[in-house]
Design a binder for this molecule. Structure first.
Ligand code: ZN
Length: 640
């Protein structure tokens, strides 16, 4: 499978995702995908009727909306990245049913539900499946469906979820246009934009700067202010982050391209949390780190960043992607990935039924379980790890000049790339303990000597990063850029990058501190007591109660935090986001703050820094955010 670039008159992308299967995980990342497959990721259909044998997406009378397509959107990349025959066979049942049951008019999916939205998700799944297999049935089915939709949309326009998520279908429309060149697809693209919600206008003059409450949305009046609720809905915003870049491929507008940066900075300014997320539980929820973020939003934000990074080639999008992948994503699952939360919080001191700080979500939202609060995340989380693994490397090169073809290390984790550049087979092996360790080693193996550029993302935090090519130090690297090396590569050539891993401080709500090191944020792991609430088929729902105090303020000089923080590094083994196996730990001096308490299991807003305490000084240990299922991440700073 070769990369298909944007076809004129579409604008060029900076980079292109490599076809599914070109980048495969190794080492801890492969283990992580295997954990997912051994957990709910590979068994959900065996224990949850919504994606089981009676699914509407298998021709049954059961769930016929988004859940089947959501599951497939993650199951396909999981199955093909692990090259797992049993998982491929599971996915194939849904694919075959959809491809073999297209209506005469072109409609796909269960006849009992004609909502456009779930079909957006099935189209994403079909494009990945085609990239991995080349199944010749996919393109004719998509072509007939899009012709049907172009004819039907004027009388049955986008509404509700489809109106607010139009850019997700546009990706698939562009995918098909690049393969067939049928001009009606550009008409369909323009119609989707016209009927879809104007996210750029929302963020050009951003009004939702405060916690969005049920009262504000008038939810008590039945449907309430539906469009307002959808515009401030976390998952919709996570998906919309890519709206400007994806539309810019059609419009050619630089302003559309850069809209993603405005959107991220506004979300960060008014709703940003130290785990890289914005709050959404499930509407935008302000800056308090006791507010939550929904798992669907985590994985959709990641997918938006992967797509936007390819289109713009902006390294800051890779920084954010790693922050989510290495913190918010693993932080909201049990270690075995048999249970997840709907909402996670940076300052999460209890996961129980009487813990409910949410804007609109229900009382089960931060339990670990099969489908806490609502089953969307149960079906949708599967795309997180596999799509991240598939996006670690991308292809660079203009659409009209394949002599520019090269490889881009967009994000870092252990993996292996196998692809073709100008007809020559090229393998790249990446070995690293990143994000826990700062050293990343690449071995480049072209089948025969080949000149091409390689680009390496240098994160904005990585001042002082160094690069060595075949033992020779190369010029200094600029943080917040892509470092480009062009040479004739020979089999066995080595590139070694060392990122400085000094602890850093970031500032949050009430001038609180979070401690970061590389792409990881660190948390104080509160003692945990796991109490089973109920068995759920092959899994269970759990409440988690604190067994130790957590109300610490840190004694850290924010100007030179590395002097006050001791780092202990260990080996990176299987399941590194587990508290007992955390490959890196930090020690800091702290004192308890008596006045900082929890009410109904919710940590009160982190007290204003600097804070005073007459309690004795203690040394506490911080572990990676994701390893601490009860945690404090945003700390008050002690008055020096
Ligand atoms: Zn969800």
């Amino acid at each position: 499978m070769h990369v298909v670039r944007n076809r004129a008159p579409l604008a060029s992308s900076a980079f292109y995702p490599l076809p599914l299967g070109s980048v495969r995980p190794r080492s801890w990342l492969r283990d992580q995908l295997r954990i997912q497959a051994n957990g709910l990721g590979g068994h959900l259909d065996e224990t949850w009727a919504d994606v089981g044998p009676n699914s509407g997406w298998l021709g049954g009378s059961g769930e016929s909306w988004e859940r089947g397509p959501y599951f497939l959107d993650g199951l396909i990349p999981l199955a093909y990245l692990l090259d797992d025959a049993a998982l491929k066979a599971k996915a194939q049942k849904y694919i075959d049913w959809t491809l073999n049951h297209q209506s005469a008019n072109g409609m796909i999916g269960p006849a009992s539900n004609d909502d456009w939205w779930p079909r957006f998700v099935m189209l994403k799944a079909l494009t990945q499946y085609h990239d991995a297999t080349g199944d010749p049935r996919v393109i004719p089915v998509m072509d007939k469906y899009f012709q049907h939709q172009l004819g039907a949309l004027p009388a049955r326009p986008l509404r509700d979820w489809s109106k607010f998520r139009w850019q997700d279908e546009l990706l698939s429309v562009i995918w098909l246009y690049n393969r067939t060149g049928s001009s009606y697809l550009l008409d369909l693209a323009r119609l989707l934009k016209k009927q879809g919600y104007d996210w750029q206008a929302q963020y050009a003059d951003f009004k939702y700067t405060k916690r969005i409450t049920a009262e504000y949305l008038e939810i008590e009046k039945g449907d309430g202010l539906k469009d307002l609720a959808l515009a401030t809905h976390g998952v919709n915003n996570g998906q919309a982050i890519k709206a400007g870049p994806v539309w810019s491929l059609v419009s050619g507008s630089a302003a559309d391209r850069s809209a993603v940066l405005t959107m991220i900075s506004e979300l960060n300014k008014y709703h940003g949390l130290p785990n890289g997320m914005f709050s959404c539980d499930e509407h935008l929820a302000g800056l308090d780190p006791s507010q939550g973020s929904e798992l669907c939003t985590v994985v959709e934000y990641m997918f938006s960043l992967e797509q936007s990074l390819a289109i713009l080639g902006d390294p800051s999008l890779g920084d954010r992607l790693e922050q989510l992948a290495f913190n918010a994503l693993p932080g909201t699952f049990t270690d075995d990935m048999w249970a997840h939360q709907y909402n996670q919080e940076p300052n999460q001191v209890e996961c129980s039924l009487h813990h409910k700080p949410w804007t609109t979500d229900g009382p089960e939202s931060n339990l670990f379980g099969l489908e806490p609060n609502f089953g969307c995340c149960t079906a949708n989380f599967h795309q997180g790890w596999p799509k991240f693994a598939a996006s670690l490397f991308m292809l660079s090169g203009a659409q009209d000049n394949t002599a520019e073809d090269g490889l881009v290390a967009a994000a870092y984790a252990p993996c292996e790339v196998n692809t073709f550049l100008r007809g020559t087979q090229v393998q790249v092996v990446e070995e690293t303990g990143y994000p826990f360790h700062g050293n990343v080693r690449f071995t480049i193996n072209p089948a025969s000597p080949l000149s091409f550029p390689m680009q390496f993302r240098i994160p904005a935090w990585a001042a002082g990063a160094t690069i060595v090519v075949n033992g020779q130090a190369a010029p200094a690297l600029a943080p917040g850029s892509f470092s480009r090396i062009e040479r004739t590569w020979r089999s066995g050539d080595r590139v070694e990058i060392t990122f400085p891993m000094k602890p850093r401080v970031s500032r949050w709500f009430n001038d609180s501190l979070a401690i970061e090191r590389g792409p990881l944020v660190f948390s104080y792991g509160v003692g945990e007591s796991w109490v089973k609430l109920r068995t759920r088929g092959m899994t269970a729902d759990w409440q988690v109660y604190p067994t130790t105090p957590w109300n610490y303020a840190l004694n850290i000089n924010a100007a030179s935090p590395d002097k006050d923080i001791a780092v202990t590094e260990g080996e990176v083994g299987e399941s590194p986001f587990t508290s007992s196996r955390a490959p890196v730990k930090l020690s800091v001096k702290a004192r308890k703050l008596d006045k900082w308490r929890a009410e109904d299991g919710v940590a009160a807003p982190v007290p204003q820094s600097p804070a005073e305490s007459d309690q004795p000084e203690e040394t506490i240990t911080l572990i990676p955010y994701a390893a601490a299922k009860l945690r404090i991440t945003a700390f008050p700073q002690l008055k020096s």
